[in-house]
Design a protein around this ligand. Structure first.
Ligand code: SAH
Length: 277
């Protein structure tokens, strides 16, 4: 049994109560007996208690001291349960490994606090210029629907933004299921979704990742404008049009129309032509 606890707004606490959503999260994690799970924000332990019997080891990171104090005795009998009371964003990977008998976790499963979704994604995946050197096999997260849509958007979709390209360069992204506010206590104001990310090296490597990051920042700078206008600070119109033509990209595209492969090709081609970050 899990305990009941009042929620603290400042820690983004919304307890999951829907059995079907819990089952979907567990199924999406494809748990194996050898798995070493990192759970961010276990809260009252509702997900934790379902995963513990199925995996080799589970490390939970909980920032709330009162919850941490209650989680320890709750799982005192589970030899494969570890808990760090602290902020996920402040923890170094060596600390995480040390708490898990020296090995890195291979999967993340978490109902995360929404107010730090971006920083958590960057912590787990790294960045284009510095991907996480210990990539996870999979990362299953509950996030705001709007973020889920952005992360999993296809080229040409209005949901595509620089976050889409940054994350899809580092991982395959899929939406597992939508989650209505009533699946939580208290209900959040927004719709949510379960997503699964599978980190992998992108097949086309960006030769200058910093240049790619700069291109994305500028390219998506003003969403209504055409790409060639957004990039004018970096490259003049006629060489850019020539580059786009070589890459078979239409000259009037907007940033959201480009695929991740297009972005990498554009930045690599610009590097070849002597442009730099
Ligand atoms: N997994 C639980 C709780 C989700 S609510 C459930 O599904 O019911 C989000 C949880 O993240 C809360 O327990 C909150 O205290 C914790 N949390 C918030 N910020 C955190 C941080 N920076 N590091 C670690 N945990 C955090």
């Amino acid at each position: 049994m899990t305990f009941s606890a009042k929620t603290r707004k400042r820690f983004g606490q919304h307890w999951l109560k829907s059995e079907s959503v819990l089952a979907n999260i567990i199924a999406a994690a494809e748990l194996q007996a050898s798995d070493r799970i990192l759970e961010i924000g276990p809260g009252t332990g509702i997900l934790t208690q379902r995963m513990l019997p199925q995996v080799a080891e589970l490390l939970a990171i909980e920032i709330d001291r009162d919850l941490s104090r209650r989680l320890r005795p709750q799982f005192a009998d589970a030899a494969n349960f570890q808990l760090i009371e602290g902020d996920i964003l402040q923890l170094g990977w060596p600390q995480v490994a040390a708490a898990m008998s020296g090995d890195f976790p291979n999967k993340v499963v978490a109902n995360i606090p929404y107010y730090i979704t971006g920083p958590i994604l960057e912590k787990l995946l790294g960045t284009i210029a510095a991907p996480n050197p210990q990539p996870f096999d999979s990362i299953v997260l509950l996030v705001q629907q709007e973020i889920a849509d952005r992360l999993c958007a296809a080229p040409g979709s209005r949901a595509t933004g620089s976050l889409t390209v940054k994350v899809q360069y580092l991982a395959d992204c899929e939406i597992i299921c939508p989650v209505p506010p009533k699946a939580f206590q208290p209900p959040p104001k927004v719709m949510s979704a379960v997503i699964r990310l599978r980190p992998r090296p992108f097949p086309q490597v960006a030769t200058d990742p910093d240049l790619l990051e700069r291109l994305l920042k500028l390219g998506f700078g003003s969403k209504r404008k055409m790409l060639r206008n957004n990039l004018s600070a970096l490259i003049e119109r006629s060489p850019l049009l020539a580059l786009l033509a070589t890459l078979e990209i239409a000259e009037n595209v907007r940033a959201e129309d480009l695929s991740v492969t297009d972005w990498v090709a554009l930045s690599n081609k610009m590097l070849e032509e002597g442009y730099s970050s």
